[in-house]
Design a protein around this ligand. Structure first.
Ligand SMILES: [Zn+2]
Length: 281
């Protein structure tokens, strides 16, 4: 069955995240994949991080459902703006399950974008430098997910913000031997200043957690929203988010924007609760 007609994108949320959308491309946000019950085996530990992890057999069923949509799953730097039939698959944090996650993508002819937390490279539960090189050599995209994964990157001052992007891009470029120009914003704390700082560090494609297909541009950097995949997401829901079917995108947009005021305005209490639950991830 070919892709269904995409549902209309919901109106852009107020604020800057979606301003000036010129492309429409769906992106999905994965994190880690684990064996049953092994929630802390890959990526950041703790229950909040675990709510974004899937067991391997669920992931396999989701990949089969995605494969059945008729969409393409290319590299972001291969898009040309006329990509109604494309969906980008992203994996945040740089957990060690990325190696096997990528192998399974390859079996389905799909490409992944692996966004790596710079200072975690080579630490327990995360990718090593050789893994990062091997993923890139297999045709996947390697990008930055900041250097330290701060609790709220949008609240850093300009110097600290620049250091987050520059340190991680520099570390990844050294490992890979070529420039790194793709990144994702940790924790969903996107802002115009976060994007401007990423652009100054050479980022040309920045993935946020805003649930939108609208791709905006800030200082020459394309800003791609993403649909988050959380534990309990069925293969049908994952495929519906990729294709734009049955109101799945609109529901995620509504939930995200209902939650957003709590994130922004309850700020310190939210971050305290998040750190306690999430251990800084
Ligand atoms: Zn993250």
């Amino acid at each position: 069955m070919g892709p269904a007609a995409p549902e209309p994108a919901p109106a852009c949320p107020p604020g800057d995240a979606c301003r000036g959308g010129e492309w429409m491309t769906a992106s999905l946000m994965y994190h880690d994949l684990v064996d049953p019950g092994g929630w802390d085996a890959s990526g950041f530990p703790g229950p909040s991080a675990a709510s974004y992890k899937f067991e391997w057999d669920e992931y396999e069923r989701q990949l089969r459902a995605l494969s059945g949509t008729g969409l393409r799953f290319p590299r972001v730097d291969a898009l040309d703006g006329e990509d109604d039939d494309a969906c980008l698959l992203t994996f945040d944090d740089g957990g060690c399950s990325a190696v096997e996650a990528a192998r399974r993508l390859e079996q389905h002819g799909m490409v992944g974008h692996f966004l790596v937390t710079g200072e975690r490279i080579g630490t327990p539960g995360f990718l090593g430098a050789a893994d990062v090189r091997a993923l890139a050599a297999s045709g996947h995209v390697i990008g930055s997910h900041s250097h330290t994964h701060p609790p709220d990157i949008s609240r850093l001052d300009a110097r600290a913000l620049a250091a987050e992007w520059e340190s991680s891009v520099s570390r990844l470029s050294q490992i890979l031997g070529h420039a790194v120009d793709v990144a994702s914003v940790p924790g969903g704390f996107h802002s115009t200043l976060v994007a401007r700082s990423a652009a100054r560090a050479g980022i040309r494609h920045l993935f946020t957690s805003e649930p939108t297909t609208s791709v905006a541009r800030i200082d020459g950097c394309r800003i791609h929203g993403r649909y988050a995949l959380q534990r309990g997401a069925t293969p049908e829901l994952v495929a519906a988010l990729a294709v734009g079917r049955g109101g799945a995108r609109a529901r995620q947009w509504l939930l995200w924007n209902l939650k957003k005021p709590a994130k922004r305005f309850v700020g310190p209490a939210y971050r305290w609760a998040r750190r306690r639950a999430f251990g800084g991830a």
